[in-house]
Design a protein around this ligand. Sequence first.
Ligand SMILES: Cc1ncc(COP(=O)(O)O)c(C=O)c1O
Length: 373
Amino acid sequence: MNTFLPFTRPTIDDDTIADVIAVLRSGWITSGPKVQALEQALGAYLGGERIIRTMTSATGGLEMALRAFGVQPGDEVIVPALSFAASANVVVRTGATPVFVDVDLRSRNATAQAMAAAITPRTRVLMPVHFSGLACNMDAILTLAQTHGLRVLEDAAHAIGTRYQGRLIGSFGDVASFSFHANKNMTTVEGGALSFADQTLTQAIDQERFHGIRKDTAGNIDVVSAGGKYNLTDVAAAVGIGQLRRLDEFNQTRRALAHHYFSRLSAHLEPDQLPATGDDGHSWHMFAILLPWTQLGFSRDIFIQKMKDQNIGIGIHYPCIPGLTYYRQQGFNPAAYPNAQQIGAQTVTLPLFPAMTVADVDRVCDALLGLIQ
Ligand SMILES: Cc1ncc(COP(=O)(O)O)c(C=O)c1O
């Protein structure tokens, strides 16, 4: 029997493990020189013109950015109905209201047009999500924001290494929040980073990241706001430095594997069941297809179990946010977002990670086609 193929798995090389051990032995294991080095390396990767702040998660980063924007109760933030719940939860946690918009069925991204229709006098922020590593139409979204005087907070959890018209996500725009969770294109085990250009945000973000502390030049500490605690450790940063070194190679492998999925599946699935192909800028965080359970005569749970029986792991990314219990209780209705609802009900994420081989993709496709044909 084949060994179990998970839907994702990090690749941590021996050099990185040696660096982690060195940090553990160094006597300085929390935020210090490695965090600084990772922030510098990320800044250089993103073109050298952005301010970078790492942190313990992308969720923390999104929330910190909203707070730095001054988002508060009564404000509205426009969020795609299809994303991980964190995109909306962070809005709720600031006291503001998420206003959901439906996504495009093919790209699974929210369009500027859908966002424009949801703008009200209370709107403060647009939050595009680059779903699965495919960039949103940033020109249209940034223009829309400029026209209405809004901030743009990119949920770039899936999009480290993604390019939009040749430019890396996070190298332009307003603020982008990356995730370095264990299943992302690069990891710090848990972690994330904000990339931004507006220096006026730096102080608020630094305070929110670390207890609201402000230090004078002599090193005396004062607390000027009720800040949080979101600083990354040097142990985690050592993992991130090793990952960033190989990010482009990882993403290139993801692209090649995604290409092979298309070559195996295009003849068997309708275009709308496959993800949008994107261009060379797609970082392929995930490869998710839509399957019509009613037509197939079995449920997604059964499909996942049958794939598991063949030692293949399948993920679900994601249920439509307005259909989740908390959001239903707040009065949201998933039926108002038909594409997100359909994707949430039909989606399955197939294995895709840099240590996979083309033969692994063939194994997944053979098992999948054996079940649905
Ligand atoms: C679209 C999206 N946003 C935000 C997050 C949150 O990332 P983190 O786990 O680093 O907080 C995730 C995590 O999966 C995500 O997929």
